[in-house]
Design a protein around this ligand. Structure first.
Ligand code: FES
Length: 199
């Protein structure tokens, strides 16, 4: 998906999230639920897990329309090998490169902050004041960072996160983007909102 496509998806999310229908309504439309598993809107609003299928996600893309869990946008990104290589390059510019803060489950406390190296699952909420960062995957100079290696940029106050959602040093956001509880039900279907052992 292009950055424009991503922006469009995010705009759709924001429009939905601010409507009276609320995020549960957005989920009902946006998330490719699988099979007959389809929790009610009431259950979703109460925080029920959601399922997403990443089987058709192309390398480099973020799943769109952006799904929602507990009224929060969820970023699901299929990282390329090149993106994964940037994780080593960015560490000396990060505030918490080894994920010491409690911002992810134990199974995502690793260099890629994920279960499968290529698939990143994040809560798309900036840890500063709660804006939703923008997906900026291209490795190219940006107006906010001439040495940008790809990642997520929060335009509200300029926080930057790398391709694992790790926060840069010297920005307003105090911690890495959160990794929600999740597990793989099949090779391509991810349950987001609960851990496997509690499912
Ligand atoms: S809310 Fe993201 S930088 Fe302030």
């Amino acid at each position: 998906m292009s950055e424009n496509g991503v922006n469009k998806a995010r705009r759709n999310f924001l429009l939905g999230a601010t409507s009276v229908v609320g995020a549960a309504g957005v989920v009902g439309v946006a998330v490719p639920f699988v099979g007959s598993w389809n929790p009610s809107a009431k259950a979703l609003a109460a925080g029920a897990p959601i399922k997403v299928d990443v089987g058709k996600l192309a390398p480099g893309d973020m799943l769109g329309p952006i799904p929602s869990w507990r009224s929060k946008p969820i970023f699901v990104v299929y990282r390329t090998d090149e993106m994964l290589e940037t994780l080593d390059e960015s560490t000396d510019r990060l505030a918490d490169p080894n994920s010491q803060d409690d911002q992810q489950p134990p199974y995502a406390t690793n260099p890629t902050r994920s279960i499968k190296a290529e698939i990143l699952v994040l809560v798309g909420i900036c840890t500063h004041l709660g804006c939703s960062p923008k997906y900026r995957p291209a490795i190219e100079p940006k107006e906010f960072d001439p040495n940008w290696l790809g990642g997520f940029y929060c335009p509200c106050h300029g926080s930057k996160f790398d391709m694992a959602g790790r926060v840069y040093s010297g920005v307003p956001a105090p911690s890495n983007l959160e990794v929600p509880p999740h597990y793989y039900e099949t090779d391509s279907v991810i349950v987001i909102g609960e851990d496997k052992e509690t499912a």
